[in-house]
Design a protein around this ligand. Sequence first.
Ligand code: KIV
Length: 285
Amino acid sequence: MKNTIKTFQQMKDRGEKISMLTAYDYSTAKLEDAAGINGILVGDSLGNVVLGYPDTISVTMEDMIHHGAAVSRGAENSLVVIDMPFMSYETSVYDAVVNAGRLMKEGRGGAVKLEGGVSVKEQIKAIVSAGIPVNAHIGLTPQSINAFGGFKAQGKDTESARRLIRDAFAVQEAGAFAVTLECVPARLASFLSEKLTIPTIGIGAGAGCDGQILVYADMLGMFSDFCPKFAKHFANVGEAMKQGFADYDAEVKASTYPAPEHTYKVDDEVFEAAMDEASKICDAR
Ligand code: KIV
């Protein structure tokens, strides 16, 4: 059954946990979908994980559309949420609606996600009014890395905790269907999950959230540039890949791959005709 924003709300209301993971391509989306993951985020972490940027600032609308469309083709049942990249919604309400529309029309997402609370309330309202579901993202918002001065947990001092609470209620009031809480103290995240009517999706925000999300390359041990405290390795795919690549390299160099069972056969008469053709070409030179 296709997961929708309604499914997410029903799961929260029934006290069932919501699972989300990121994906950036068709094959990964298919595997996550087959595993029963409720929602797939085409995160702008694409910039770090796939494109090799140091942060998410350089990710473009075209990047998000290209990868969003690939993921959407692979996700039969999971709800696909596509991130709005840096400066695609902050500039104006008009830009926000136009760009959210492109992620839906060209990226074929089921919802969009954007970072910020009180400061993007008008953008969320306008996008939702245009019929596009919005997943808000508060706490540590990586697009504001330069303003934060680094990847730091949020809500740890009084002013930051108050801001987090104001942001959470602002995005709910603006019509967001869910809110991602990134790197916030577990106690604050649990409190918000009880107080808000919309689902909270935590990443580094403890077990009290209504759902969880991780970057798939982090949880499979495929990305080693940096490893956040909350990124548990559920499998060591990175090591398995490295070993597979090394085995291939060794077999190619030892001429043990490809073996006869990996090759195609040709009939003798076809081979003779090919030799005949080759002699004609060589004789003519
Ligand atoms: O871009 C991303 O992957 C995200 C998650 C970390 C929530 O926004």
